[in-house]
Design a protein around this ligand. Structure first.
Ligand SMILES: NC(=O)c1ccc[n+]([C@@H]2O[C@H](COP(=O)([O-])OP(=O)(O)OC[C@H]3O[C@@H](n4cnc5c(N)ncnc54)[C@H](OP(=O)(O)O)[C@@H]3O)[C@@H](O)[C@H]2O)c1
Length: 243
């Protein structure tokens, strides 16, 4: 029986992935920091639980040390906080977000790599935010740009016949993480749609999985603009007239 490990399995995208892999007959190692939230969200047979805060390297190492080998590990746990006022830059907020999304993911990479079967796959969940610099995303975007680089360099440095690497870059998905947003979220998809696209991409061995396609095409076109043009456009969209 195939085995998948998912971090951030107590909510949103991770919960949907874990639920869908279980329904497909996989054994699931569901990881989160709150055991009762995890067991309530994912009760029943076929589930093992890994309980740790990804910020705590030793807890991650201990939590994963006894996990039997998995075919697929999806490092999905993450957080998002936006910068309210860049002039009063909040370095504590920046540290919190980079710590969880980048260092926390690296803690999981170190602990999970020895647990991936030969020929298995490691997937890191980043975000479409990294296509262009978006307003107020100084911390979130920087943390996810780090995840992009981490995944792409791991793909270079790991022997792909031992462990292949996929980078997942979702646009907006309707989860608790985005339900608190107070701005328009073009192309937002449901967790069910997100899970279907991610699972299909991973099954096909895709190096990068981006969605939804119309939103991604728009971001890619914007990313090809000369940087000064993008800056003027982004400032105008934000209502700033710094020039
Ligand atoms: N939703 C989107 O539009 C979107 C778009 C692009 C990328 N993403 C990325 O997708 C991933 C999942 O996001 P989501 O939308 O599903 O958010 P979510 O519903 O808030 O779920 C986040 C998950 O990560 C876990 N988590 C957060 N910090 C943790 C920590 N320090 N240690 C252990 N677990 C921790 C949460 O655990 P608790 O339940 O204990 O809080 C939860 O299970 C994130 O990496 C996010 O950046 C999301």
């Amino acid at each position: 029986m195939k085995r998948v490990l998912v971090t951030g399995a107590s909510s949103g995208i991770g919960l949907q992935l874990a639920t869908d892999y279980l329904a497909d007959g996989w054994q699931v190692v569901a990881c989160g920091r709150n055991k009762s939230k995890l067991t309530q969200a994912l009760p029943g047979e076929g589930v093992e639980y890994g309980v740790f805060d990804i910020n705590d390297r030793e807890a991650v190492r201990m939590g994963l040390s006894t996990v039997a080998p998995v075919d697929l590990a999806i490092l999905n746990a993450g957080t998002c906080e936006y910068v309210d006022d860049a002039h009063a830059f909040d370095a504590d907020l920046f540290e919190r977000v980079v710590q969880a999304n980048l260092i926390g993911t690296a803690n999981c990479v170190a602990a999970v790599l020895p647990r991936i079967k030969t020929g298995g796959r490691l997937a890191l969940v980043s975000s479409a935010v990294t296509f262009v610099p978006l307003t107020r995303a100084e911390a979130y975007g920087a943390s996810k740009a780090g995840v992009d680089y981490l995944a792409r360099t791991l793909a270079v440095d790991l022997n792909s016949s031992q462990v292949a690497v996929s980078l997942v870059r979702p646009g907006f998905v309707d989860t608790p993480l985005t339900q608190k947003n107070d701005f328009p979220m073009p192309g937002r998809v449901s967790p069910v749609q997100a899970s279907r696209i991610i699972r299909s991409g991973l099954a096909r061995g895709k190096h990068e999985i981006t969605f939804p396609s119309a939103f991604i095409v728009t971001l890619k076109l914007l990313s090809w603009l000369p940087y000064g043009w993008w800056l003027s456009l982004a400032r105008r969209m934000k209502g700033n007239t710094y020039e």
